[in-house]
Every structure is written in structure tokens, then in C-alpha cells.
Write a protein that binds this ligand. Structure first.
Ligand SMILES: Cc1ncc(COP(=O)(O)O)c(C=O)c1O
Length: 423
């Protein structure tokens, strides 16, 4: 609270200073907000303490779990609130808001608007990809053992339903040998390689561009799960050039809960069938003559009436992130991650699983107590020390994951380090 008061004193908040009971509203019911210019200024000055006050979170707990669920800035929550009221006043569905958000997403990931669909979450995107490809029994899908349930269950479901074969490979935790491991695992039957861009387990970054290029050369579809990458590290889809890329809006993008992104490379959309069809799918629909043609844009998966206000909120979250700058966000996350790494390196009973090489490292740091039940330790740390952290069971790792976002500070990490030392 002290910081927030300091912040208000400095006059950074658009000339409104007095905060009423509702933390989003200033006196008189006017929305209290920070401008993107001011936000940019704060980030230029590395004033992370002030940026932290732009988030609503006010628990005693240190929130180190952005990889599960990101916090949204006040600005995003305000935008959603205002949009709900506005649309209700107008009696409109707000469909036009999708176009604006899609354009911002396209810019953020360097893709064309036609290649972007707004989904409800990353899992929905992965289900769409799995079901839009014309796969058959015996086709092989390559996954890694580090994939999240949302990124892997849609493929396992296809195995149950049509008999595709799932091949699960292990990865090299240092990051160095992964491209070769992937290359060695394919066969003539491999039709899809579906891997995380940034692993939810250890935070390791995979060589996305090289994987996509290899797939293109072998005529294999490449699908990257960017649930952990979007907003966390710079993501340039023109450069990576995958066939499909899916992501969440409610993690590192700090967007509203229930938002996601699906990218379908325009070079493959003709080879896909739409998974869901409805309003926005067709280029020509005539029930009486039983006629329907599909559009060849990713938007065709945005069927039916949706919650446009959270899409407006997602647009605000992109503006928020862009005002600070993704490079800057990654740099801050790495600073925190390295601070934690240094401290944990001093503790003999701890093993760090996240890669140390800059090329493969991210703001996520995962570690475990050697030979101890880490799931229980996570419960202890959560309940006794006010730490919001996540146990990693995926891939049988039994480890502890720490997410370092811009609203975290060295103070959060000191609390974690002291708690870890006391165990
Ligand atoms: C790599 C990965 N893929 C998919 C998901 C699922 O995300 P969502 O809840 O947006 O569907 C997660 C969530 O943690 C994840 O880490």
C-alpha cells in the first residue's frame, strides 16, 4: 500500500488521485487509470514497483504462478467492465470488437489478421488444430513428455477415436540436443509434430523456428503450443513460420480469463476442415438450397455469439504489454529468474531443472529437492509461507515451478528462498 500511495503522490495516475471504495473507481465514479504513455515511462525507468500497483492483486501471498494464471491489470478489468455496460446500454453483441483485437494480436505475433482466430483458451485452439487436420488411423503424432494436458489431450483423444499413433519423446533439459532428438524420432508415418514453444514444466524454450523448418522439409505439420510463450517472450510467427500456433490470453498476456489465440498459417488453411461451424464460418450459406462454402480465414472458427467484452479486455492487455515492451518484460523476468537461480544454487539439496543457457532459458524457473516428495513440499510452502506456486507432475518431474512476472519482485523471491532454506 505504501508504494501505491507513493505512486499517487508522484501524480502518475491521469490526474485523478482520490480512490473511492471500489479500487477501480476514483471519486465521482470516474474510472481511475494509467495512460499507456505513463506506463511506458515507468518501464523506461524500470519502476517495477509502480507498475506492480497497476494490478488489483492485494493478498498477503507472493503470487509466483503466472504460468498457471496471469493477473490482469486494473486497466484490463476496467475495460471489461466498461464494455459490458456499454454493450448492455446499446443492446449489441459487440462482434466488431473481435476485429480490433484480432488486428492487435496479429501485430503482436507478426502474422496477418486472416491467420488469427480468437479462442476461449489454448486448449480450445489445440482441439481445433487436432480436429481440423485430415488424419487417419496409423498416422503418427509426435509430442514430448513435457506437454500440458491442454496441449496433449486433444491428440490422445484422436488416438482413442480414429487410431492415430502418439509418440512421446523425452527432451534434453539443457536445451542443446532437442532439435536432434526431434529429428531422430520421426518416421515416414509422422504427420504432425506438436510441441510447446516454451515448456510449462521447466520453462525451457524449444528451437521453434528450426522445428518448423524441419517439419516443412519433411512435409509434416508443425503445431506449437505457445500458452506459456505469448506475452512472456517475443514471438514472431513470420520468422518461426509454423503451420499452427495456439496460446492463452490469461497467462503471460495478463488478459481476461477465458481468452486465447489460434494461428493458422495461410499456406495450410485450404488443407484443413473447420472444426466448429456456424456464423462467421461460411462464405456462402443457404439452408434452403443446402449450400455452404467455407471461408479460408482462421476467423471461421469463431462461431456463434461470444463474450465480446473480454475480447475488448484482451485488446487492452495487448496494449498494456506493448506499452511496456515484450523485450523489456522478458528481461525483467530473466533478472528475477537469475536472482532466484543464484540463491538456489547455494543450497546442496536442490537441483535446478531449467536450462541455464540464455537461448533456452525463460522467466520460469523450476527446481526440486533431491530425493524428497516435492508435491508435499509445495503444499507446505503454499500453506505456511504465503507462496502461490505450482507443483510440476508433468513428465514425472515432481518439481516446483516459479513464474517470474513483472508484478513480482526480489522481495517475493526472498520470501521463497527463506522458506526453501527452512525446509
Ligand atoms: C503449455 C500449455 N498448454 C496449454 C495449457 C492450457 O491452457 P488453457 O487453460 O488456456 O487452455 C497450459 C496451461 O497451463 C499450458 O501450460
Amino acid at each position: 500500500m505504501g508504494n501505491r500511495r507513493e505512486f499517487l503522490k508522484k501524480g502518475f495516475i491521469g490526474g485523478l488521485g482520490i480512490v473511492a471504495l471500489n479500487p477501480l473507481l476514483a471519486k465521482g465514479g470516474k474510472v481511475r487509470t494509467i495512460s499507456y504513455r505513463e506506463l511506458n515511462k515507468l518501464s523506461m525507468n524500470n519502476d517495477w514497483e509502480s507498475i506492480r500497483t497497476e494490478f488489483l492483486y492485494e493478498q498477503e501471498n507472493s503470487y509466483l504462478n503466472t504460468a498457471s494464471l496471469g493477473l490482469s491489470p486494473k486497466l484490463v478489468v476496467q475495460t471489461i467492465n466498461e464494455s459490458i455496460v456499454d454493450l448492455e446500454k446499446k443492446g449489441r453483441d459487440g462482434r466488431w470488437l473481435f476485429k480490433d483485437c484480432r488486428a492487435k494480436l496479429a501485430k503482436l505475433v507478426n502474422a496477418s489478421e486472416e491467420e488469427i482466430a480468437i479462442t476461449r483458451n489454448a486448449t480450445e485452439g489445440m482441439n481445433i488444430v487436432a480436429r481440423s487436420l485430415k488424419l487417419k488411423e496409423g498416422d503418427e503424432i509426435l509430442l514430448s513428455k513435457h506437454e500440458h494436458i491442454g496441449g496433449s489431450a486433444p491428440w490422445l483423444a484422436l488416438q482413442k477415436e480414429i487410431g492415430v499413433k502418439i509418440k512421446v519423446i523425452d527432451l534434453d533439459l539443457s536445451g542443446l540436443k532437442n532439435l536432434q532428438l526431434i529429428k531422430d524420432a520421426v518416421s515416414e508415418k509422422t504427420k504432425v509434430i506438436s510441441l510447446s514453444h516454451l515448456l510449462c514444466t521447466t520453462g525451457m524454450v524449444l528451437p521453434a523456428k528450426e522445428i518448423a523448418a524441419f517439419c516443412r522439409e519433411k512435409k509434416i505439420y508443425s503445431c506449437l503450443d505457445g500458452a506459456q510463450a505469448l506475452g512472456c517472450i517475443p514471438t514472431d510467427l513470420k520468422e518461426i513460420n509454423p503451420d499452427f500456433y495456439i496460446a492463452s490470453g490469461h497467462k503471460w498476456l495478463f488478459g481476461p480469463k477465458g481468452t486465447g489465440m489460434l494461428y493458422i498459417n495461410s499456406s495450410v488453411i485450404d488443407e484443413c476442415k473447420p472444426t466448429f461451424v456456424g456464423a462467421y464460418t461460411d462464405s456462402d450459406f443457404d439452408l434452403l438450397n443446402q449450400q455452404m462454402e467455407y471461408r479460408t480465414v482462421a476467423e471461421r472458427e469463431e462461431y456463434g455469439t461470444r463474450n465480446a467484452s473480454i475480447v475488448k479486455g484482451m485488446e487492452a492487455s495487448i496494449d498494456f504489454i506493448q506499452a511496456i515492451g515484450i523485450e523489456k518484460i522478458k528481461k525483467r523476468g530473466m533478472e528475477l529468474s537469475n536472482y532466484l537461480r543464484e540463491a538456489l544454487n547455494e543450497i546442496n539439496s536442490i537441483e535446478i531443472l531449467s536450462p541455464s543457457a540464455e537461448e533456452y532459458a525463460s522467466p520460469i524457473l523450476t527446481f526440486r529437492f533431491k530425493g524428497s516428495p516435492n508435491a508435499e513440499i509445495v503444499s507446505l510452502l503454499r500453506s505456511n509461507n504465503n507462496l502461490v506456486i505450482r507443483h510440476i507432475y508433468e513428465g514425472g518431474l515432481d518439481a516446483i515451478r516459479i513464474s517470474n512476472a513483472i508484478y513480482n519482485s526480489e522481495k517475493d523471491l526472498d520470501r521463497l528462498i527463506n522458506a526453501v532454506k527452512s525446509i
